[in-house]
Design a protein around this ligand. Structure first.
Ligand code: AMP
Length: 187
């Protein structure tokens, strides 16, 4: 079963993806983690994207799509994806549709974790202390939220009228969100 977890930064996508990964034995695909890894390894892509990420801006679709293509065609992961933080733009969403179609796959469930700006600010400030991410300071958080609203909102519109779209109140406790997701998935 392929799943998309969708929502603003700090909505709890990563936490829920990890729960689902364990429960379903699926594979979490976090573009944020993949991009941070490129920076850590100081690859050519890593050097290109570091300033975008630290500024709270989206990385170019071309770079993200380049990284994702190999993942989606990986036979070991076929039909077992949990997309976390991807797709974030219409171009990415359309590419994903094409690649899934070409590899004889589909998206089975889309979960939108809906959270307001104030909750996100509180959560990310807490996360900054724990994870020490360089893009988790208040200014960057606000920029990331605005970028999300501007660029990702059309993706939400793209998915929200599909029958496999499920909106969940992301302000709920982690366990409550997990239960809601599990109930919908019947797992
Ligand atoms: P995340 O870990 O999902 O919160 O992502 C952290 C940062 O990585 C974002 O603020 C973007 O700069 C970049 N990023 C992650 N996923 C994407 C994506 N699908 N498209 C463009 N940029 C992304």
């Amino acid at each position: 079963m392929n799943i998309i977890l969708f929502g603003p930064p700090g909505a709890g996508k990563g936490t829920q993806s990890k729960n689902l990964e364990k429960k379903l034995k699926n594979f979490q695909v976090s573009t944020g983690d993949m991009l941070r890894d490129e920076i850590k390894k100081e690859t050519k892509i890593g050097k290109q994207i570091i300033s975008y990420m630290n500024d709270g801006k989206f990385v170019d679709d071309e770079i993200v799509n380049q990284l994702m293509k190999n993942v989606i065609f990986d036979p070991k992961k076929k039909g077992k994806f949990i997309f976390d933080g991807y797709p974030r733009t219409i171009i990415q969403a359309k590419n994903l549709d094409i690649w899934l179609n070409e590899s004889d796959q589909k998206i089975d469930y889309i979960f939108f974790l809906n959270v307001d700006k104030d909750t996100i600010i509180k959560r990310i400030e807490k996360r900054k202390i724990i994870e020490k991410r360089s893009d988790d300071d208040l200014n960057t958080i606000l920029k990331r939220y605005d970028t999300y609203m501007e660029t990702t909102k059309p993706v939400l519109d793209y998915y929200s009228n599909k029958s496999n779209f499920n909106e969940i109140d992301g302000r709920l406790k982690i366990t409550e969100i997990t239960n809601k997701i599990n109930n919908i998935l019947k797992v």
